[in-house]
Design a protein around this ligand. Sequence first.
Ligand code: AMP
Length: 216
Amino acid sequence: MKKNIILMGPPGAGKGTLAKQLKEALNLVHISTGDMFREAIKAQTELGVLAASYINKGDLVPDDVTIGLVKERLSQKDCEAGFLLDGFPRTLAQAEALDEIAKSISRPIEAVINLDCDNEELVRRISGRRVCKDCGAPYHVVTMKPKVEGVCDLCGGPLFQRKDDNEEALKVRLEHYVSETKPLLDFYKKLGLLESFNSLVGKEELFDEVSSYLKK
Ligand code: AMP
């Protein structure tokens, strides 16, 4: 089984949802830089204040901050069982740093899963996305409604719309994806690690396809 995995794809492609399914099924540690930043923002730490000034506009948090955060997390013991990077790397500098980190802790990347999704669908998914404030579970106002409006099915927490899930910030996020993150697909293709999947098939089918691939 492939263990140390990167999930790639534009915002709204379904990385977070897939990561949660894979984490449960394959017993991997889920490392989402977006979640780590959101936790820091909630806790109002120095990192949180800095991260919010970028995230709310749709911009990327500077590489040195993001790389330091991931380096520290990947060095922790629980990552020995295998990890799932969700939302990292997003720039070439991050990908190169990850390569160094992975070598230094002897946990090489074994697969890069890319989720393909067209722009129209990304906008539809992001603009209707709601997230549980307490447990982070994702919902959609049309396609993935909770049983009770505004309340998480899993933990009863309140649902909210992320500050960066508005039209203006999304436009900036998509531009960063195209100019800085998409070129990484070539980087990983050259290393023979890249496998692409169509994320329009629906979350259960996508999960089946990706998990069978990782189990090979
Ligand atoms: P996500 O939850 O992955 O969509 O991330 C939300 C936001 O956090 C992004 O739009 C960025 O502002 C920031 N962020 C997350 N991961 C990274 C990263 N690897 N590099 C820079 N900024 C990041």
